[in-house]
Write a protein that binds this ligand. Sequence first.
Ligand SMILES: [Fe+2]
Ligand SMILES: [Fe+2]
Length: 350
Amino acid sequence: MFIHKSLFTGVAAGAAGAALTGWFPIINTVSVAHAAETPFSFAWISDSHLYPKTLNSLFVEKLTRAVKEVQAMNPPADFLIFGGDIAQLGRADELELGNELLKEAKIKKHFIPGEHDWYFDMGKKWGQLYGQPNWTFDHKGVRFVGLDTVTRAPDYWSATKMTPEMRMDHMATLDGTVAGAWAGVGDDQLVWLHGVLSDWKKDAPVIIVSHNPLYECYPPWNFWVRDWRQVHEVLKPYTKVTNIHGHVHQVLYNEIGTLRSMGMLATAWNWPYPPQGVPALTKQMMRADPSDLYDGTGWGIISPSSLPFEPQYVAWGRKELFSPNPADISSAHPEVLHPRIADNGWFWKN
Ligand SMILES: [Fe+2]
Ligand SMILES: [Fe+2]
């Protein structure tokens, strides 16, 4: 019905793409009954975390590789979504470098911001280059919504007298507890989301792209949005909603109610899995080979076109993507929602 069906055998699905483009990713398929009107695919790249070229050429090379692979897709992707964290420290030269590199993909692009893009100048440069942080459009029977999950927190940084450099230093650590509770959708955007879905049929497919996961994966690392319960309330009437997200830099899969969530790979590096709170429906990747700087990173292809709907992880450097657990977890064992990590900690209280 839906879950990671194969351990090492996305090969069947991946072979066609490999033959056409020359790369041979190990691809894991996720089947979701959310079909569009006509077949199409779109590409997802996120979390390139660019420094200036003179400081770090590896991340530049990795984004360049992803862009080339997207450009080589045959049939071509209808569009590319960049899911945030194009820059590492939010500097103008990093954001401009990302814009230049992505121009090599000659297809329509849509952008949402990550926290690394935003908090040096509070989104000024990002907005100039990439436009509005949230948006919606319809494509071949699917309503797409780009949700901004990084910019709508109350101003914690002025109150704590942080300079732009201090803000970014804190944002750039995995344990983001001193960076503020920035991960959220915000009341005004919840109203907006409700509005953009209000004329959409309840059983028609919706794909929501966001930087952060729209559930509580692991709040101490901001692997969540603080108001995820309200997001789920807005989405509850719609029966075919899929969330594709970045930020976690790892393969993640979760279902709460009718909302399916999929975490995509980063091009820059892979984060470890959290010490608690990883969704039960995630089959964890084996961690990186330290001798291979491409291992555990990559990008993704999403084809919401026919049954099954298959997000494909283009995982560089991998012979085996998933740990060899004996059996897949099925929807007969749904995600357990308690205890809530955030309810027991210092985290944001609504
Ligand atoms: Fe990231
Ligand atoms: Fe991020």
